[in-house]
Design a protein around this ligand. Structure first.
Ligand code: C5P
Length: 292
């Protein structure tokens, strides 16, 4: 079979409600995912020698089992006794450890691609089970959907139909933030301040009708992320970043996932480009992106 070329997009969280900590150590969430146009390109090429090789020029992308793309390939090889190998080439455009789920998306994309390359015939349910084992954000990328609600760890997916294309300015400081550390900080803050998580996860229900009506300015008002206090306590300087985007006349500004990426919601592509123009000098990773 010739090489398979696949698009592996990033996501933003328009809402991220943390409901509480579970006995398994994960946090129960309700989130609204948006798939965005910022994407890696992945090529899968069969190799007869049975090896799994990851080729990626980005210095922070692991090429061994720490990479979800590697891990899923090894798991499928083992489970289905596949004697073939694969070369996975990742053209990295999504910033790494940035709250954009680039690694999770790569894992999901390789899972879907190997299902084809190795003729595995996995069902939707089997694919979903593999995705869930890989990570909390992986399952969203199995569905060809622009928007979805994620529940549980984020892996229980309910597709959302909304005929809207949002435009954003995405600013990713060149700082890696690990999801695990941000959740740990959230927990530490709660214990230190005796705060309880009172959020009932209702923010998605408030935002959804506006999204379905393409009411972008109301969507902007309802963007929210319960991880923000933890992100800002790890990096207090990011307050300025948010403020700058608001001053640049963004409709709304929010962190994505566990940060450090911050995005502004704009009225149009032109509006997003105007906001970006104010950031180009100070931050090297600034993107205009849209719903994909
Ligand atoms: O599932 P994933 O590997 O992306 O999660 C990374 C880490 O983030 C977990 O080990 C856990 O510490 C934290 N996490 C969490 N609750 C979630 C998702 C992630 O506590 N719903």
């Amino acid at each position: 079979m010739p090489a398979i070329r696949l698009t592996s997009p990033a996501k933003l969280n328009l809402v991220l409600d943390v409901l509480g900590k579970r006995p398994d150590g994960f946090h129960e969430l309700v989130t609204l995912f948006e798939r965005i146009s910022l994407a890696d390109t992945i090529t899968l090429k069969d190799r007869p020698d049975g090896f799994i090789r990851i080729i990626c020029s980005h210095p922070h992308v692991p090429t061994g089992p720490k990479n979800l793309a590697y891990r899923i390939a090894a798991q499928l090889q083992k489970d289905y006794k596949i004697s073939r190998g694969v070369t996975i080439t990742i053209d990295k455009k999504i910033p790494v450890a940035a709250g954009l789920a680039g690694g999770s998306s790569n894992g999901a994309t390789v899972l879907l691609g190997l299902n084809r390359l190795w003729h595995l015939g996995l069902s939707r349910k089997q694919l979903h089970n593999y995705a869930t084992q890989l990570g909390s954000d992986v399952a969203f990328f199995l569905y060809n959907a622009s928007f979805a609600i994620g529940r549980g760890r984020g892996e229980k997916i309910e597709l959302v139909k909304a005929p809207v294309k949002l435009w954003h300015v995405l600013v990713t400081p060149k700082v890696k933030m690990y999801t695990k550390d941000v959740f740990a900080r959230l927990r530490a803050r709660q214990l230190a301040t005796n705060l309880t998580l009172t959020n009932k996860g209702g923010n998605v229900n408030i935002l959804l009708p506006f999204l379905r009506e393409s009411n972008v300015s109301q969507v902007a008002k309802e963007l929210s992320n319960d991880l923000e206090p933890a992100i800002l306590s790890l990096r207090p300087d990011f307050v300025h970043l948010k403020r700058k985007l608001i001053e640049a006349k963004a409709l709304g500004v929010c962190f994505s996932g566990s940060g450090p990426s911050v995005y502004a919601l704009a009225q149009s592509k032109k509006h997003a480009q105007a906001i970006r123009a104010r950031f180009d000098k100070r931050y090297t990773q600034v993107f205009v992106v849209s719903t994909f």
